[in-house]
Design a protein around this ligand. Structure first.
Ligand code: ATP
Length: 346
C-alpha cells in the first residue's frame, strides 16, 4: 500500500495558469522520491499542495491512510526544507535547530540529544553559539536542513534544499541527507531540476513536464529505458544523440546508417536514440563520421562528430585520442527507437 498518494491532483492558479494537470503519485513508506523536471513544470506547486501551503483545484492527497487534502499545514505531520532558508534571526544555531522540538512535549534531555545528533551529522559543531547573521549562506542552509530533519515527522518535503550551495558542499550534503533519511526511515518527497542530484538520491525518480508525470521509476529505469523522447532528452548529460530516419524491413535506416532492429516494428518514420557512452569507435563500424571537436573533461572526453545522418557526441576514456579533422568508423553498443510523432519509445 502507498504511504503517500496523490490522486488526480490539479492546480490552476487564479490567473488561469495550469501548474499541475492531473498528477497521480504513489510513494511507499520510507521511500525517497524525487520530483525532477525543467523550470516551471509544476514541481514546487505539487510539493506545496502536499505541504498544505497551496489548495488543490481538484484531486486528493492521502498520507498514511488519512485524507489530508483539506488539512492545514500544522495538521499534517511533515517537515519542510526549502531553498530559501528562513532562520529565526534572534535565535542561535542550536536554538534554531531545536525550535521544531519545542511544542512536541519532549523532555529537555531528549531535545538536547536530538539537537546534538543533528549538529554532529551536519558538521555544525563550531557554529552552535552563533546567530544566523554570523553564518555564511551555505552554513545557514545546513542549519535549515538540520532544523527540518531534527523532528521525525511522517514525511520530509524538500524543495531544492541544496540550491545555493557550491558544488563540493552539495555533494557532501546530499550524502548526509540520504544517510539521515535512511537512518530515520522517513518517506521523503524532494524537488530538484538537477538530474544528477535526482539520480543519486532517489529510490523513485518522477520526471515531470508541463504539470504531468512523464515517467517514474528507479534511476536506472529512466536512464536506460526512457518512456519517451522528453525523458530521453532530459535525463543524461550530455544528452542522448537522436537520429531521424525510418524503419524499413526490420532495419532503422538514415543517411549513411542501417541499424538492424531486433523486434518486428511497423515501417514508418522513427528516431533512433543512443547515449554518448554507447557510441564506440570501430574501424569496420556501421557508420562513418568526421571528428569536429574534442572536448576534454578530465575523466573522459566528449568527441563531437558529423555524420551524414547528423551531429553526434561520443564519450571516450581520457586516454583515447581521436584526432580532429579525421574520419572514424562508429558502432552503437545499444540504441533505442522512438515514434517521432507521439514521442513514445517503440
Ligand atoms: P522551478 O524549478 O522554476 O521552481 P517548478 O517546476 O517548481 O519550477 P512551479 O513553481 O510549480 O514549477 O510553477 C509551475 C507553473 O505555475 C509555472 O508556470 C509558474 O509560473 C506558475 N506559478 C507558480 N506559482 C504561481 C502563482 N502563485 N500564480 C500563478 N502562477 C504560478
Amino acid at each position: 500500500m502507498s504511504f503517500l498518494e496523490c490522486r488526480g491532483l490539479v492546480k490552476t492558479y487564479a490567473d488561469g495558469t495550469q501548474a499541475v494537470r492531473g498528477l497521480d503519485l504513489r510513494c511507499s513508506e520510507g521511500e525517497f522520491v524525487v520530483l525532477l523536471g525543467p523550470s516551471g513544470c509544476g514541481k514546487t506547486t505539487t510539493l506545496r499542495m502536499v505541504a498544505g501551503l497551496e489548495r488543490p483545484t481538484a484531486g486528493q492527497i492521502v498520507l498514511a491512510g488519512a485524507d489530508i487534502t483539506d488539512c492545514s499545514p500544522a495538521e499534517r505531520d511533515v517537515g519542510f526544507a526549502f531553498q530559501f532558508y528562513a532562520l529565526y534571526p534572534h535565535l542561535k544555531v542550536e536554538d534554531n535547530i531545536g525550535f521544531p522540538l519545542e511544542s512536541m512535549g519532549l523532555k529537555r534531555r531528549e531535545r538536547q540529544q536530538r539537537i546534538a545528533d543533528m549538529v554532529e551529522r551536519l558538521g555544525l559543531g563550531a557554529l552552535t553559539g552563533r546567530y544566523p547573521r554570523q553564518l555564511s549562506g551555505g552554513d545557514q542552509q545546513r542549519v535549515a536542513l538540520a532544523r527540518a530533519m531534527v523532528r521525525r515527522p511522517q514525511l520530509y518535503l524538500m524543495d531544492e534544499p541544496l540550491g545555493t550551495l557550491d558544488a563540493s558542499l552539495r555533494l557532501e550534503m546530499r550524502a548526509l541527507i540520504r544517510a539521515q533519511q535512511l537512518d530515520a526511515g522517513i518517506t521523503t518527497l524532494y524537488v530538484t531540476h538537477d538530474q544528477e542530484e535526482a539520480m543519486s538520491l532517489a529510490d523513485q525518480v518522477v520526471v515531470m513536464d508541463r504539470g504531468q508525470i512523464r515517467q517514474s521509476g528507479d534511476a536506472a529505469l529512466v536512464y536506460d529505458q526512457p518512456a519517451d523522447l522528453f525523458v530521453a532528452h532530459f535525463i543524461g548529460s550530455p544528452s542522448m544523440n537522436f537520429i531521424s530516419g525510418a524503419i524499413r524491413e526490420d532495419c532503422f535506416v538514415a543517411p549513411g546508417l542501417v541499424w538492424p532492429v531486433a523486434e518486428r516494428l511497423r515501417s514508418g518514420p522513427a528516431t533512433l536514440g543512443v547515449r554518448p557512452e554507447l557510441v564506440r569507435p570501430a574501424a569496420t563500424g556501421r557508420l562513418r563520421a568526421a571528428v569536429v571537436h574534442d572536448e576534454y573533461q578530465g575523466a573522459c572526453r566528449y568527441i563531437h562528430l558529423q555524420a551524414d545522418c547528423g551531429r553526434l557526441v561520443m564519450r571516450v576514456a581520457d586516454r583515447e585520442r581521436v584526432a580532429v579533422g579525421t574520419a572514424v568508423g562508429l558502432d552503437f553498443a545499444r540504441a533505442l527507437l522512438f515514434d517521432p510523432a507521439s514521442g513514445q519509445r517503440l
